[in-house]
Write a protein that binds this ligand. Structure first.
Ligand SMILES: Cc1cc2nc3c(=O)[nH]c(=O)nc-3n(C[C@H](O)[C@H](O)[C@H](O)COP(=O)(O)OP(=O)(O)OC[C@H]3O[C@@H](n4cnc5c(N)ncnc54)[C@H](O)[C@@H]3O)c2cc1C
Length: 397
């Protein structure tokens, strides 16, 4: 006969596990719920999220548009987000003493600008948590789960929620783990002339790699490229880019709103109208003069010469560089502000109405341990709150 030590054990004291625990603790204070966290403190990522300010969700007028920010897991999250989405998350935190503000870009932060308020709201719900408690193994018995800690302690529970953000130890329970690779990163390049332009930001570019494209602002850094367009590409291409060891030719269209032919016509008109102006110092297409000079010289133009002396063939080359500059990508850099893992528990093996395993009844998953990840902007934490909430409803039933 197994000695059940807790009704519910939650492995992982991150956003998903702690939110599930908070919802359960408030709804059923009599239930024996225990969170096991391997670190010395819970909610470590929440603390540093959003640069310590915690971008805890994103404004949403339509769930189907909202899920387009999830390269993996968007379709599965449609139903769950209708049940507990950004509006419900906002209401929950505001009811727990954390008023939120929406920024112009749609990101929601605590009005106090500190993640500590989010952490305190969760901790104040009376969660029972054991820290420095790493789970090393989990196995099923008739009526529940045994949980073994790295220090040798053994516990047992009726229902188990795994919210570890990584989750390797659940393999023994029959689940498939989609290989984990990083998502949300910036790129390195070996093109030194290009990185000499560090600091330049170009709004609304289109970047592409084989089979992938993304749009938004691009920032030239000392080591390569960053900015929203690059982060989108890294997120949507997390798997294919990893397979190619982050080495590929990235195409940058600096003016995607215009065709190459339209750009050529603009250059040609400028040549006729301003023949005495110097090529290297006059950009007729609105790009910064340093970037323009690189594109022009790469096209074979002599920057010291006058526009009137520039052959049509060279103008065509410049138009091609503006529409399709090729940057050799030689690796990746972590994105300082936010990084997430692509990969985790295969989504088909989980029932998204309940967050219960389709393989092991009584076993539930929430948060980044699942093969779900999103772009920056509060979407990753929203997935943790949403799946944590749904799991809590099942744990309570
Ligand atoms: C620097 C940074 C900034 C970020 N900023 C934002 C942001 O502003 N907005 C946003 O939406 N997202 C942000 N994210 C992403 C977001 O923080 C994560 O997606 C989210 O925290 C995932 O929550 P989780 O609970 O699923 O996993 P985690 O937060 O990773 O929590 C899992 C927990 O499980 C514990 N654990 C793991 N294995 C075991 C084990 N075997 N036994 C016991 N415990 C275990 C871990 O110690 C950890 O505490 C950021 C991420 C980073 C790294």
């Amino acid at each position: 006969m197994q000695m059940i030590s807790s009704d519910i054990i939650i492995v992982g004291g991150g956003a998903a596990g702690m939110f599930a625990a908070a919802v359960c603790a408030e709804a059923a204070p009599g239930l024996k719920i225990l969170v096991l966290e391997k670190g010395s403190k819970p909610l470590a990522k929440v603390r540093v999220s959003g640069g310590g300010r915690c971008n805890l969700t994103h404004e949403c007028s339509d769930i189907r548009t909202f899920v387009q920010n999830y390269p993996r897991g968007g379709a599965e999250l449609i139903g769950p987000l209708h049940r507990f989405g950004p509006a419900e998350t906002t209401a929950w935190f505001e009811a727990h003493g954390v008023p939120l503000v929406v920024l112009d870009d749609g990101c929601l932060f605590p009005r106090s600008d500190t993640s500590e308020d989010v952490i305190n709201a969760l901790l104040n719900t009376g969660i029972n948590i054991r820290t420095n408690a790493e789970v090393s193994r989990v196995w099923k018995f008739d009526g529940g789960f045994n949980v073994k800690l790295a220090n040798g302690d053994q516990l047992a529970c009726k229902k188990l929620l795994v919210a570890t953000g990584g989750g390797a130890f659940v393999e023994g329970l029959g689940h498939t783990i989609e290989p984990c690779v990083p998502s949300l990163f910036t790129f390195k390049t070996s093109d030194k002339d290009f990185t000499a332009l560090a600091g330049i930001v170009v709004e609304d570019v289109r970047v592409s790699a084989p089979g992938l494209k993304a749009e938004g602002a691009l920032l030239i850094t000392h080591g390569g490229v960053s900015g929203p367009a690059v982060l989108r590409l890294s997120s949507f291409g997390a798997r294919s880019l990893a397979e190619n060891a982050y080495r590929f030719a990235m195409k940058i269209n600096w003016l995607p709103a215009q065709s190459e032919e339209e750009i050529f016509q603009t250059l040609e008109k400028f040549r006729v109208a301003s023949p005495r102006k110097q090529i290297g110092t006059w950009s007729p297409v609105g790009l910064s003069s340093r970037l323009w000079k690189l594109l022009a010289t790469r096209s074979g133009a002599d920057e010291t010469r006058e526009w009137g002396a520039c052959p049509v063939k060279v103008l065509r080359h410049i138009a091609a560089q503006v529409s399709g500059f090729i940057l050799p990508i030689t690796g990746k850099n972590p994105h300082g502000e936010e990084f997430v893992t692509c990969g985790g528990i295969r989504l088909k093996e989980v029932n998204f109405k309940t967050m219960e395993s389709r393989i092991q009844p009584g076993l539930y998953f929430a948060g980044e341990v699942l093969d779900i990840d999103a772009l920056t902007g509060g979407f990753n934490l929203q997935a943790a709150w949403t799946t944590g909430y749904l799991a809590a409803q099942s744990l309570l039933s």
